[in-house]
Structure formats: C-alpha cells, structure tokens
Design a protein around this ligand. Structure first.
Ligand code: DX5
Ligand code: ZN
Length: 223
C-alpha cells in the first residue's frame, strides 16, 4: 500500500488572536501543510471560538488549504458560509447531527473535501457506511473544546482500526488533540498521516522548528 504524505496542520486555536493574520503567515512560512481552523459553538462543545467571517479575514494570508473542524451543532446550516469563506476541507462531527450522510453530501456539493470527526468515546463504526464519501477521518485524541489537553493513549487502537477500515481508499487519517514530538512517532506508526497540533506549534517564537520537530518525530524509525 502506498504511504500517504505526512501532513502537519497547525491549529490556530493556540495562536495569538490579537495578531491572527501574522500567526497564520508564520505557520505557513514555518512549513505548515494545512491550516487547522477550530470552530466551536458553546453548545456542541463547552467553548466558543469564531465563525466564518474571522476565517475569511485570514484567507488572504496564505494559500495553504484550510482544514476546517466544525464543532457545532447543527452544522448543515453553516456549511455554505464556510465554503464561501475559503474552506478546502470541512469536517463535521458524527455526533453533531442525525443525518451524517446528508451533511457529507452537502459538503461535497459545495466543492469541498469532506471529513468526519469522531470523539474519543464514539466507535469507529459510525463511519462504516459513509466511508466512500470521505476524504478524511478526524480522530479526536482529546475531548473537543479546548487546546492544551493530554493525548488519550487508548486512541492509538482506534487509529489502527481506522487504518484497517480505510484499506486502499484515498482517505487521510488525521489526529487532533495533544499531539507533541513525544507521541507523534507512535501516532504515525499507528497509521495516521495528518496531525493537528496547536500548543506544540504555537509556542516560543520558532514555529518552523516546532513543525520540523513534529515531522522528524513522526517519521523517524526509532521508537
Ligand atoms: C480541540 C481542537 C484542537 C486543539 C488542539 O477541541 O479541535 O484542534 O486546538 O490543540 P492542542 O494541540 O493544543 O491539543
Ligand atoms: Zn480541531
């Protein structure tokens, strides 16, 4: 099976919002593959971040794909807004609405790539019957709502199971939450090829070094 390229997707949730545009530019120049956009509604998750207008305002700062993680319920009424504001890939939570298949069809109809995010307690089987609509599976390795939480090690088994479920399909497996240079190797070896990282990238003043450390840790063959 062909190895998929490693993708590092810095989460701007951990950036300095007072200079968001500059932070996006710094992540881009530092070697980000995608930019991860965490949208929270204070209802599906116990925190509020920002919506499509803020995302649109930083669209001009980078040409890198916007990897939009919608932690909102319902999601369907807002999909068109996020697509119009410059999303490239939109992930909805499997737990956020009753009609996941419909949400995925709507994302594709807007010309975006489609992803499903699943919370730590949600079984992988929720995506079994929609898998052929997916471009990405987003495995939450913390309970969504906040940056800076600790990676839940039991999720490594879920990553392995996702990899087996995906088989030869053209689907990225992304992890989100608590990703650091210490666990990136285990995550990559379990089968994830896309990594969201907030606090381990937006720290100090050398984001390029932080991104590189994740890349090296993920792909180094030592344990
Ligand atoms: C959590 C968000 C994550 C978060 C990751 O609900 O979906 O994307 O920003 O932050 P870190 O890398 O700090 O765990
Ligand atoms: Zn996220």
């Amino acid at each position: 099976m062909k190895t998929r390229p490693l993708i590092i997707s810095p989460s701007i949730l951990a950036s300095d919002f007072s200079k968001l545009g500059d932070e996006v530019i710094a992540a881009d120049k530092g070697g980000a593959d995608w930019i991860h956009i965490d949208v929270m509604d204070g209802h599906f998750v116990p925190n509020i971040t920002f919506g499509a207008p803020v995302m649109q305002s930083i669209r001009k700062c980078t040409t890198k794909p916007f990897d939009v993680h919608l932690m909102i319920s319902p999601a369907d009424p807002y999909l068109a807004q996020f697509a119009a504001a410059g999303a490239d890939l939109i992930s909805v939570h499997a737990e956020a609405g009753p009609h996941l298949d419909r949400s995925l069809q709507a994302i594709k109809a807007l010309g975006n790539k489609a992803g499903v995010a699943i919370n730590p307690a949600t079984p992988l089987s929720v995506i079994e019957h929609v898998i052929d609509r997916l471009d990405l599976i987003l495995i939450m390795t913390v309970n969504p709502g906040f940056g800076g939480q600790t990676f839940i090690p039991a999720m490594l088994d879920k990553i392995r199971a996702a990899k087996a479920l995906v088989g030869g399909r053209n689907i990225d497996i992304e992890v989100d939450g608590g990703v650091t240079a210490e666990n990136a190797g285990a995550i990559y070896r379990a089968g994830a090829n896309a990594m969201v990282a907030g606090s381990s990238i937006f720290k100090g003043n050398d984001y390029a070094a932080n991104i590189k450390a994740l890349r090296v840790a993920a792909t180094s063959i030592s344990a």
